[in-house]
Design a protein around this ligand. Structure first.
Ligand code: OFO
Length: 202
């Protein structure tokens, strides 16, 4: 009488098929190469942003603007957190997050208007770069990363809006020294608000 169940070769065949399916699942879930490259480029951009805002913070601190300095130090920390979030995501998905070399940011800035004008321009540029990453995700059909990147899309909308609000305030103040003093004091409220914002809830 034949023993019930699976034969010896059949057993190995099913084992191999199971393994193949398992491996296929793992590779299917791995980061597509083009997405990995795009995310590594974004890691560099976030790191450069952090460095750029750190240079602005240091300049503000050396120029009697402690409130602005505090705001920019916090903003620099946020950008570093954005970079780390990407680093961890790339590695978790089986890619390799590359930690980039950074270029020297400017040491001095003409004035506060110039600082925030640059900050707004930089945020607009970052938003465009994030959209490029989202575009690569869609082309590569990587819906997990597409989903992950939506956090950055929302974050950029908030950051651009904040930079525009600050620019509006500065335009109203013009070169009025008293106004500038109050601005430096009030921006600390913005620091407190952004510190509890979505960037730090991630
Ligand atoms: Fe990374 O959030 Fe702006 O740049």
């Amino acid at each position: 009488m034949e023993s019930p169940g699976i034969s010896f070769p059949g057993f190995f065949l099913s084992l191999w098929t199971g393994k193949a399916v398992f491996l296929k699942k793992i590779f299917k879930n791995m980061l597509p190469k083009k997405v990995e490259t795009a995310l590594n480029a974004q890691i560099e951009i976030e790191a450069e942003s952090s460095q750029f805002y750190l240079a602005m913070a240091s300049w503000a601190e050396c120029n009697g603007l402690p409130g602005v300095a505090e705001f920019l130090y916090a903003h620099s920390d946020e950008e570093r957190m954005h970079m780390l979030k990407l680093v961890k995501y790339v590695n978790e998905r089986g890619g390799h997050a590359v930690i980039p070399a950074l270029s020297q940011p400017p040491k001095t800035f003409k004035d506060l208007h110039f600082v925030f004008e640059k900050l707004l321009q930089h945020e607009i540029l970052v938003s465009a770069e994030i959209n490029k990453v989202v575009d690569v995700c869609l082309r590569e059909k990587d819906y997990s990363t597409h989903n992950f990147m939506q956090w950055y899309v929302s974050e950029q909308i908030e950051e651009e809006a904040l930079a525009r609000t600050i620019m509006d305030k500065l335009r109203m103040i013009g070169n009025d020294k008293g106004g500038m003093y109050l601005f430096d004091r009030d921006i600390q409220t913005l620091t407190a608000n952004t510190a509890g914002g979505p960037a730090n809830k991630a």
